[in-house]
Write a new protein. Structure first.
Length: 197
């Protein structure tokens, strides 16, 4: 389980719990499916979601054999339709951070079982050494399958994430300021875990 763009930086899947066997999970914005597959291999019952059909095709081709399920849908739509409580929700540079947080975090809270874990990472808001002037940006990106998308991003300070999580009914359990690579001057990744009381 990797929370940054560099292997071996920061914690692993243990932040989701000591034993993942049979735990019900969703990854919001799974991309090519690496972390979803890792969690499936660890015993979790997991669904990886992505709004890019190309990314889901890659995930199925690479990791369809792991027992993970992959769906081409938006995080908000899936969470709105879900009927089973989840033990964990994960977003690794995925839907959390690229979707307006108020409604998405509330949907995460509704879908988590009691003591369920939300763990997500986003680009660190101070990765350039400066405080972002605007917490919301919009920029074009090219995905590995060659398709181009306009991506919205919320670059929020940790205090703003804490407030948004608390308003959604979640209690923050840890905040990690990760440097990847390790010798970078400024943290590159913000990793937050929260729990539903």
């Amino acid at each position: 389980m990797e929370w940054t763009q560099r292997p071996g930086v920061g914690p692993g899947a243990e932040i989701l719990g000591a034993d993942l066997t049979g735990r019900r999970m969703v990854e919001l914005g799974c991309g090519a499916g690496h972390n979803t597959a890792h969690l499936a291999d660890a015993g979790a019952t997991i669904v990886g979601l992505d709004s890019s059909a190309g990314q889901i095709r890659r995930a199925v081709a690479y990791y369809g054999h792991t027992g993970a399920r992959f769906l081409n849908t938006s995080a908000a739509h899936h969470l709105d339709q879900a009927t089973e409580a989840l033990d964990a929700i994960v977003s690794v540079f995925g839907a959390i951070g690229t979707t307006e947080p108020t409604q998405l975090l509330a949907a995460c809270s509704r879908n988590l079982a009691r003591q369920g874990v939300l763990a997500f990472c986003v680009p660190h808001p101070r990765r350039t050494g400066a405080v972002p002037h605007h917490p919301y940006t919009c920029a074009p990106v090219t995905l590995p399958d060659g398709t181009s998308h306009t991506v919205e991003r919320w670059d929020m300070e940790p205090a703003a994430w804490i407030l948004a999580l608390n308003r959604a009914g979640l209690r923050v359990t840890a905040i990690h300021h990760l440097h990847a690579p390790a010798d970078t001057r400024w943290p590159t990744t913000l990793l937050i875990t929260a729990r539903k009381p």
